[in-house]
Design a protein around this ligand. Structure first.
Ligand code: DGL
Length: 273
């Protein structure tokens, strides 16, 4: 059983990508809607929420846990891996950071996400780490060329949840948020928030043809596939079952969740954790 959690609906964009490439496995998804959004909260608060989420999923038999939330990954991944040293816990940042580095020709990379994600600088650190890993000392010149520009885009979470993604007001806000990154001539942009894949087409339009867009949700799904292949010993069950849990309103979860997942969610259980 694979456990996936997020602060609410956003992680369903990760689930959507996972189900495209690994449909045969069993999944449990927990949306902590009662505490959404995590993005504006402090690291300590996010860590506390994550600990409860993860314990909930382990108690129900999760063999691998996917933190399908950028804010949660940047605030809590090392802490959770330390708390559960024998467990398999995967975050969303490293696969996207590595892909961005691979995609960028100029080394000038942009990152957008929530305030918690951008403030943490975790994407910046992981891009630099990946560059040092990928290039040996002779290529140090390339590592020195890497420049990272990031910007928090907090309004995009409520706008996508209100289904305003096609509205001109949203495009105007996006153009404002992305202005500095465009001016910096980034050639690669990481969508470091689970809600932003809903706006992927709009991001492409605003950034133009010369900028590659990295969808962190898609990269996380691909990383999970690699991880499963490298760890056959986990012995994951394969009955194509899906169970959805939410910590708040079940009907809203089913309605909005189906849009984020790109397929109907037939049932969800409300839980207190
Ligand atoms: N899932 C969050 C993320 O990827 C966005 C929503 C929130 O702020 O909780 O950062």
């Amino acid at each position: 059983m694979i456990g996936v959690f997020d602060s609410g609906f956003g992680g369903l964009t990760v689930m959507k990508e996972i189900l495209k490439i690994l449909p045969e496995h069993d999944y449990m998804y927990l949306g902590d809607q009662a505490h959404v959004p995590y993005g504006p909260r402090s690291k300590e608060t996010i860590k506390r929420f994550c600990k409860k989420n993860i314990q909930f999923l382990f108690d129900r038999g999760a063999q691998i846990i996917i933190i399908a939330c950028n804010s949660a990954t940047t605030a809590a991944l090392p802490y959770l891996q330390k708390e559960y040293p024998d467990k398999h816990i995967l975050g969303v940042v490293i696969p996207a950071a590595e892909k961005a580095l691979e995609s960028s020709r100029s080394g000038v990379i942009g990152v957008v996400g929530t305030s918690a994600t951008i403030r943490s600088l975790v994407y910046n650190k992981e891009i630099i780490k990946a560059a040092n890993k990928l290039y040996n000392k002779e290529d140090k010149k390339y590592c020195d060329k890497i420049k990272i520009f990031s910007n928090a885009c907090p309004l995009l979470v409520p706008l996508t949840e209100e289904r305003w993604h096609k509205k001109p007001e949203t495009k105007m806000i996006m153009r404002k948020y992305l202005r500095r990154l465009k001016d910096a001539h980034i050639d690669t942009l990481i969508l470091g928030c689970t809600h932003y894949p809903i706006l992927e087409r709009e991001f492409k339009r605003v950034m133009g043809r010369n900028c590659r867009i990295i969808n962190a949700s898609r990269e996380q799904a691909l990383a999970l596939k690699r991880y499963i292949l490298e760890h056959p010993d986990i012995g994951l069950s394969k009955n194509s079952s899906r169970v959805f849990y939410t910590t708040d309103c079940k009907d809203k979860f089913i309605e909005l969740g189906s849009i984020f997942l790109g397929q109907p969610i037939n049932n969800a259980k409300k839980v207190e954790i």
